[in-house]
Design a protein around this ligand. Structure first.
Ligand code: BGC
Length: 821
């Protein structure tokens, strides 16, 4: 009786919630419509007064036992980890591990059967829905679309397109029965060696925030929730679960939190995932200052905070699907779990028996208050009640993979960046004969490894892309490389099985000089692909990874010599999500296309740009340095001790990426915002709504395609603030617009709006965002170093834009890098 009673409560709640979006089930009794349940336990006629959402959850909370509540605060555990001490899944007594848990999903909340509370399911990740493609005893397949990675989505500079991708990912999540998609990932690319840069958007927080917001809106339009991750300052992978990140309040506020702040305020994400690391001595997942004071009180976050998988367990050097070794006996400190709940981390994933016992002990001894527990239970119930599952959605496992494949291809070609194109080397002449060099040309890398990988049905190879579009490829080279790459991949697969987290970069076969010379005679042009795979649980290396290997360098030199001798051109494709060294070899070749990690349609998308079917319009969202040591965090990225770092200091402060290169006059190989087109654009003089800033400023300017083919331009607005209370970077990105496809001669007016916070810097002494009085210079640019129009306005009086809490102080007290600007 009681069970039915609460089930009705739950259904009633959902009816209420969803009736806003659609007419959702009314309960039919004797052909009369009921939709509600009231405290007296009677069904109420459909139109009657209802309880508020809050009251319904309140009522349910009053019926849950302490054990039920603890179950709700924990996931059900993770297959593959239960044998490890401290990682055992929850004792399933009284709990049905959901039979509908999707194979290959990341986990679920714990269902409370007796009260009719179902579980919600979580799936990774940022490039598409990560589930197993096959299921035991079934012939059906469950492939998902492999979209381009975050690092490529941002280089489109097209937030509408990003929202479209979000919509498609959300649609697949919904159709495959997921309730929460563990995406987008928006950590700052602090350093090119971070293994997960490919999942992230940029070194710039405005880009990170805007793209995360667009993708969130797209996914959530399906009723599926997101999880913005990893909150915050998770900018490296080595020993990521036990890494203490030391940084200043200013670097935190302006660089590492800002993207999350933008996305939280603009897109109302259902959940946020706290990160593995500590910030200034406290695990982010157990930081009240971060999760409650800043996230909820300052930013108004209304959703649910979940831990990253096993977040708060220390000394676990690698946990991912490829590796889970290195777990020591004392890999957790039990009080952390109670602290996490107290701090506002509402759900601990994937859930372990130790966590269950600890929370019980802490609640019983009143070291964890029942109010804290109830607050988190409420937050977990909210995501359950809002889930498609509770809305009665039936997953038919039938996403439209075909149309999503087309979207993936379109997005991939939109984000590719033409770095160099001397003497019109590209686009390729129709039907050209192409000599494809480099192992990478025969193994296009669609995405990265770890939870960001998607089980996609196929990856379009480059030879296939080229041949299907009328190009011919050198069959001799094809044969040599194909068998070499096949064998190398087989060896890599062996290593993968041995659970090695960091896989070697694909090596190059030796191609004899005579073969290269012959191919130069027989083909019209050479294309060399340099590929890099990276991923979760480990960072990249400088040697043979950021830097090209000797064999790769030699290949570029030898191919260029042979082809140039015959007046033929050489194109290099870079197939990497994160920066590599380009400056030592870029002078040797005629064209370079940064193809990033383009997703399952890679070979087609690259061909679209090479052939000119798509005019490239992507621009860099990370700086490509001349050499690794030019990166501001190069000397303090690894952390200490080197062997297994437990501490890393962000001594460069706010000077990350272009903020550093520009302000300290370090010349990059290719700068932030850079990218060429097959056409040219002119910018008109900008028109400002006022020459004085008052509340906001609106600016417009005209962009004209002055070349001979249709194309799109990305106009970037950089602001230089006057000197004031704090050190200021030379300029910062404060707005960007991508035009529509402009035909030759066509013009488009683009608009920008500046808000007070865009003018402000964070002043730690005042715990406030302050805009200093004076002249603000604006540049309208096609890259951070290529300003095409300038203007300025004044702010007559200093503006205290926002006062915030004095929290998360640097515990090491070092001075951030200063420019004295
Ligand atoms: C990753 C998360 C991911 C989670 C679930 C963790 O190892 O850091 O990004 O969502 O696993 O698979």
């Amino acid at each position: 009786m009681k069970k039915r009673f609460v089930l009705c409560a739950l259904i009633g709640f959902c009816a209420f919630n969803l009736s806003k979006a659609q007419t959702y089930p009314q309960i039919l009794v004797n052909n009369q419509k009921f939709s509600d349940w009231n405290r007296d336990g009677k069904l109420q006629p459909y139109e009657d007064t209802r309880l508020s959402d809050y009251e319904r959850i309140d009522d349910l909370i009053s019926r849950l036992s302490v054990e039920d509540k603890i179950h709700l605060l924990l996931g059900t555990g993770m297959v593959g980890f239960e044998m490890l001490k401290g990682f055992e899944a929850i004792d399933p007594k009284g709990v049905t591990i959901p039979s509908y848990l999707i194979p290959g999903s990341a986990g679920s909340t714990t269902p409370i059967d007796k009260l009719g509370i179902p579980a919600v399911i979580f799936t990774d990740g940022p490039a598409g829905v990560r589930i197993s493609a096959t299921r035991k005893g079934e012939s059906n397949t469950y492939y998902a679309t492999g979209f381009p990675v975050g690092a490529l989505i941002s280089t489109t500079w097209d937030v509408e397109l990003a929202e479209e991708i979000g919509k498609a990912i959300g649609d697949e999540a919904l159709k495959y029965g997921s309730d929460i998609q563990l995406a987008p990932a928006l950590n700052i690319m602090r350093n090119p060696l971070c293994g997960r840069n490919y999942e992230y958007f940029s070194e710039d927080p405005l880009i990170a925030g805007k793209f995360a917001s667009a993708i969130t809106q797209g996914i959530q339009k399906n009723g599926v929730g997101v999880s913005l991750k990893h909150f915050a300052a998770n900018n490296s992978e080595n020993n990521r679960m036990d890494l203490n990140v030391h940084l200043s309040q200013r670097a935190l506020r302006e660089i590492y939190l800002r993207g999350f702040e933008i996305a939280v305020k603009e897109s109302n994400p259902a959940t946020i995932m706290s990160s593995y690391n500590k910030i200034n001595g406290t695990y982010t997942s157990a930081s009240y200052d971060l999760l409650t004071t800043i996230l909820r009180h300052e930013w108004g976050f209304k959703g649910t905070v979940i831990t990253d998988w096993f977040g708060g367990y220390a000394d676990v050097s690698a946990i991912s699907d490829t590796s889970h070794d290195g777990i020591s006996k004392d890999s957790y400190e039990e009080k952390i779990f109670a602290q996490q709940i107290h701090s506002g981390n509402n759900l601990l994933m994937p859930g372990t028996q130790i966590q269950f016992e600890t929370l019980k002990k802490y609640i019983d001894s009143k070291r964890l208050s029942i109010e804290d527990v109830n607050n988190s239970v409420r937050k977990v119930l909210e995501i359950i009640f809002k889930s498609p599952r509770v809305a009665g959605y039936v997953p038919y496992n039938n996403p439209d993979l075909k149309s999503h494949g087309l979207l993936s291809r379109k997005a991939a070609s939109e984000g590719m960046i033409l770095l160099k194109n001397d003497n019109g080397a590209l686009p390729l002449n129709k039907g050209s004969k192409i000599a494809l060099f480099g192992s990478g040309s025969y193994n296009i890398i669609a995405g990265g490894t770890g939870s960001g990988n998607v089980n996609k049905a196929y990856v379009i190879s480059l030879p296939k892309g080229l041949e299907e579009n009328g190009f011919q490829i050198d069959k001799n080279l094809d044969k040599t490389y194909t068998s070499f790459v096949k064998e190398e991949l087989r060896k890599t697969e062996e290593l993968r099985k041995k659970l090695l987290a960091i896989l070697p970069i694909l090596t190059q076969p030796t191609i004899k000089e005579r073969v290269i010379e012959n191919s130069a005679k027989e083909n019209d042009i050479a294309v060399i692909t340099i590929g890099r795979e990276a991923g979760e649980s480990g960072d990249r290396k400088i040697k043979d990874d950021f830097d090209l290997s000797e064999k790769e360098q030699n290949l570029i030199s030898e191919v260029s010599n042979a082809f140039h001798k015959l007046n033929k051109k050489v194109v290099v494709i870079v197939n990497s999500g994160s920066a590599i060294e380009t400056s030592s070899w870029k002078g040797k070749v005629d064209a370079i296309l940064w193809a990033s990690l383009p997703g399952q349609e890679g070979g087609y998308a690259i061909t679209d740009v090479l052939s000119g079917t798509v005019n490239p319009s992507g621009k860099l969202t990370q700086t490509l340095p001349v050499k690794y040591s030019d990166v501001s965090s190069s000397s303090n990225f690894d952390g200490v001790p080197a062997e297994k770092p437990t501490d890393v200091s962000y001594r460069e402060g706010i000077y990350v990426g272009y903020r550093y290169f520009n302000t300290f006059n370090v010349t990059p190989s290719y700068e932030f915002g850079y990218g060429l087109s097959y056409t040219k654009f002119d910018y008109s003089e900008p028109v400002l709504s006022s020459s004085q800033f008052n509340q906001k400023l609106v600016i417009s300017l005209k962009v004209k395609n002055t070349g001979s083919v249709a194309g799109k331009e990305v106009v970037q607005l950089y602001l230089s603030a006057p000197r004031g209370g704090v050190d200021k970077p030379a300029k910062e990105l404060k707005g960007f617009v991508k035009t529509k496809l402009l035909n030759p001669g066509e013009t488009q007016v683009v608009f920008f709006e500046l808000q007070p916070k865009d003018l402000a810097s964070f002043n730690p002494l005042a715990s406030a965002w302050i805009a200093d009085a004076g002249v603000y210079k604006i540049e309208f640019s096609s890259s951070v170093l290529n300003s095409k129009q300038t203007s300025s306005f004044t702010l007559p009086n200093k503006l205290i834009v926002e006062k915030v809490n004095n929290v998360l102080n640097n515990d090491l007290n070092f001075q951030d890098l200063k420019s004295n600007r």
